[in-house]
Design a protein around this ligand. Structure first.
Ligand code: MN3
Length: 204
């Protein structure tokens, strides 16, 4: 029994068409995410103490992971955590709109939902190489936008992610080729605001 397991995608591969194509979703989930899970389990195979931790605990406590496996846990543990979050942050049927306290916080921090999305897209488009764009709650419970490299996750820095977009080429290249900004614009058609709101409420 493996310590960490690949969660099932919460919808069909083609559920996010036309914005995210089925082939991309299949490869992204079944190959890329699966590889992060397998490599994470491999890194932890001789470390029963670390196997007992949750993925969040592992990433928040990377400093306590033995140096020999720390990079492998950072990359693959981050890959597992980030992708699990990413699947839940998308939904079929088209995005609705944020409401209530989440909407108030977005308007207070950025002026509008559209302006927040624009800033997230800029953050993702200007991330050199591979990484992720994020909306987080910082230590003062304020909304903030940032990007991370590779599979690094803001929870390692004590931040609480409420939204993220994968900007690795494997997330968009089949459909959008080099047009990362077009993928980022399209992504907001599938954002699951209920999940964003849930994470926002939990982090407050
Ligand atoms: Mn990915």
């Amino acid at each position: 029994m493996a310590t960490f397991t690949l969660p099932a995608l919460p919808y069909a591969f083609d559920a996010l068409e036309p914005h995210i194509d089925a082939k991309t979703m299949e490869i992204h989930h079944d190959k890329h995410h699966a590889a992060y899970v397998n490599n994470l389990n491999d890194a932890l195979k001789d470390h029963a103490d670390l196997q007992a931790k949750s993925i969040e605990e592992l990433l928040k406590g990377l400093g306590q992971v033995p140096e020999a496996i720390r990079t492998k846990v950072r990359n693959n543990g981050g890959g597992h955590y980030n992708h699990t979050l990413f699947w839940d942050l998308m939904q079929p049927g088209g995005a609705k709109a944020p409401t209530g306290e989440l909407l108030e916080a977005i308007n207070g921090s950025f002026g509008s939902v559209a302006e927040m999305a624009k800033q997230v897209n800029t953050s993702g488009a200007t991330r050199f190489g591979s990484g992720w764009a994020w909306v987080v709650l910082d230590d003062k419970k304020n909304l903030a936008i940032l990007s991370t490299a590779n599979q690094d996750s803001p929870i390692t820095d004590g931040l609480s992610p409420i939204l993220t977009i994968d900007v690795w080429e494997h997330a968009y290249y089949l459909k959008y080729q080099n047009r990362r900004p077009d993928y980022l614009t399209a992504w907001w058609n599938v954002v699951n605001w209920d999940e964003v709101a849930k994470r926002f409420a939990a982090a407050k």
